[in-house]
Each structure stands twice: as structure tokens, then as C-alpha cells.
Design a protein around this ligand. Sequence first.
Ligand code: GLU
Length: 505
Amino acid sequence: MPSRKVRVRFAPSPTGGLHLGGMRTVLFNYLFARQNGGDFILRIEDTDQARFVEGAEQYIIDCLNWCGLNPDEGPHVGGPFAPYRQSERKENYRKYAEQLVKQGNAYYAFDTTEELENKRKEIPNFQYGHAHRMEMRNSLSLSDDEVQSLLSQNVPHVIRIKVPEDETIAFTDMIRGAVSFDTNLVDDKVLLKADGMPTYHLAVVVDDYLMQISHAFRGEEWLPSAPVHLLLWEYLGWKAVMPEWVHLPLILKPDGNGKLSKRDGDRLGFPVFAMDWKDPKSGEITKGFKELGFLPEAFVNMLALLGWNDGTEQEIFTIAELIEKFSIERVSKAGAKFDFEKAKWFNQEWIKRKPVSELEPFVADILKQKGVEVESSFLQKAIALVKERLVYVNDFWQQASFFFVSPEQYDLGSVKPKWNDQKTEFFHLMGEVFKSTASWEAIDIELLFKSQAETSGLKVGELMLPFRIMLVGGKFGPHVFDIAHLLGRQETVSRIERGLNAIAE
Ligand code: GLU
């Protein structure tokens, strides 16, 4: 058990749909916090106004809520370290940037966009760092008087970190172990922008400090930023309380070639966002797992296994089991390939495991959309009969609509060629027998059907498919006598008659 109070944060920028990788970061944060009796914080990193997207914050909150991974502190629930939106914490950052300038660890830079562009044209792979900083217009290259005069004229400027030369920055990542960087390869990142807003680099460090974050979980794509953050923790004098770093492996495309992107999802036909995301500008909707018909339990279970396992063959985990068993030590360093077929398998397994009564609300929603009203007891029986066949909850209508509306079309292709008068006669008789039989239990219907077939000198095997098609319309569905049982005597008889008419046409 870590000695500090565990406080972890998910710190998304509200820029659009929430990707699988982001949701997995949420999950690991949540599991770790719950396991250690800690706090899970949602912090909105919205300092980049150019990338701000309307509605994205609420969408993130909705995604967390759908998965049941709700934070203890956040912009929507408040908490002792409020506000939890960086745009509302603007005043906090400048003083630290100024402190760094005073200490000699940062400097003012007055270069215009044009000057920077020219420099980039002039020098291939230009980096604003120790090699070139003295060629630029900043408080290191200009005289004190010049700097003072520029500042007093309010000439737009940024504050950049002064990354030291020829040093190695090393730290231990809880997943990756020892990691080190050569400072000569790290550029002097902007800390405070001309509009007074901090960049991500400054804001993330200041807020992780002020919010007393003990462990920082984030995607591996942030690893290259780590040296800048480490320097900031050191220069600001906070190294002793720096969080433990936990850089999570990437989620890879199904073929393992690079990071999974939304475009891969579009290309290969699966979602990469937790929930449907509607781009407020273009109006374009990107499909999410929720709307496709994933159960949150399945989605969470699938995410947990992207890069983690408990060392056994177990694959199905409830959230309580995940809280108990999750360990950072068992998160793999290597990227995790996303396998949509496996994701579907998780969903199927969870649908099978979920009690009918818990599936009912999802299904009731679908029926409502179709304008179907039905008694709960009937609906529950229908769910029980088809749930083994559902990959998505939304498959319910396709798999079970015949329980609520009689088929409008019949798949007669495999029935008609082998049809004969004897079969017509059989079904007429069968209808009569069904009308007068005492029991309407599935097993009794089956026995009657079989004995009638024998009496008529027909093979049961040749009659089952036509019977199914009369009741259902096609070659699918659960056990045909279970279907007849649930449809009821009258409905079964009338479907036989309608079916016979369709065959005769
Ligand atoms: N704002 C960053 C993001 O959008 C957070 C990275 C971090 O957790 O440090 O992912």
C-alpha cells in the first residue's frame, strides 16, 4: 500500500470523442484509486482555447457515467481542490512561470510567428533549444534594458523553459521501469502563452502539485513530455512530492501496426469512441460502443484486458473483481492490439450472464422505438429465449421481433421446392390438433408434432423448417417449440394458416 494518500486524475482535453485509450486510462485510474482507498479526480485541461470543442466536457462526463467510473472530484461534482477546469485556474499559473524566470530556469521569448517560421525554413528540424536559443529574440539573447522595454510596451511574449545542456533526466516509471532522456534532444517548451494561458506542460505540473496527485496515469504518447515535466517539478522545488509516473501502453491497430485511431475504426467498421460523438461544427456523428449495443460491464471488462491480465486464464471480470485484482505490475509494456471480434465476445458473454430482468430496460427501449407494447412477463420470456444469440443488445429486434409482430415476409426458397400436398395436409391437421390440445407446454407441443408426423408418414426433419418459417419468417431463432409455446396456441395456429397461404401463392 503506497504511503501517501492515493490521489489520481484523469485529465482530458475537451477536444472531441473519448477514445478507447482514454477510457482505459480512466479505468486504471479508477481501479487504482478504489483499490487503495484513494480519490479519483476528473480535471478538464482546457487551456488550449483553439482546440476547445463545445459539449466535449459533458460528453466525457457522460462516458464515465455510462461505465460507472464516476470521479470523486470534478467540475460537475466539485471537491476540495476546485475549480477542476484549468481555464478557471488561470491565475494560478503565471506566478510559477514568473518564478521560473526569476530563478533562471525559464525566459521571456518575443519571437513573432513569422520569425519562428523563417527560422524553421532556414534550419531543417529546427528546435527552439540550447543550440539556437541565442539566435532568437528572448530575455537570454537580448540585453536587460531591451527586455524591460519590450515588457513595458506589452509586446506579446511567451515564457519558455530553459532546458539544460548535456544532462540526463532519469526517473522510474511504474510500468516501464528506468527511463532516461538526454536533455540535448529536448526543446525549450513554451510554458505560458502570449494570451496568458499556460500550456499543457506548465498546467499539468502545477495542478498535479496543487491537487496533491500521487500517481499520474497517462498514455505512453506523453512520455516524450516527461523530461520537461520532471524539470518543472525540480525547478519549482516540488520534487519530493512528485507523483509516481505510470505511462500506459498504446492501444494498437488490429494488425499491430501503430496506434489505433478513429480513422481505423471508420475503415474497419468498428467504434473507437465510448459513446456516439456528434461533432458540433460538422454535425458528423461518430459511432460509439454504447449505441452499438455494448453493455457497460462488457466494455469495461474488455478495456481492462487491453494490456493487463491477472496472470491466470480468467477473462471475465466484474468491476469488483477488477478492483481487487488490478495491479500496475501486471500491465504490459508492449502495446495492446485491439481485436474487435474479442470485444464482441466480451459483450456476448456479458449478455449471457446478465439476468433477464437487468436486460429488460435496454430491450424495452428498443420496443418503445418500434412502437410495440407488451407485458413485462412476456418480454422477459422472449429475452430469456434469445439472449444467448445476441452479440449486441440492439440485435434483440432482429432476433426476436417475431414474438411481437407476425412475419411479413417468408423465406420460402428452401421450403417451396420440396413442398407437396401431404405437407399441406399435415399442417392443416396440426392446426386442428393444436386448437384442441389440453397442454400448451413446449414439450407437449413437440410430442404432438412428432407423433402427427409419424401418423402422416412424414419425416419430422422435413417439417421443422417449414414450421419455423411459418412462425418466424426465416431460418433463425430459438427452439421452434419454445417459440410456439410463447406465441400461444391461437397465434401459432393463425401463423400456420398464414404460412400455408404464403406457400400456396
Ligand atoms: N491533457 C492531457 C490529455 O489530453 C493529459 C495528459 C496527462 O494526463 O498528463 O491527454
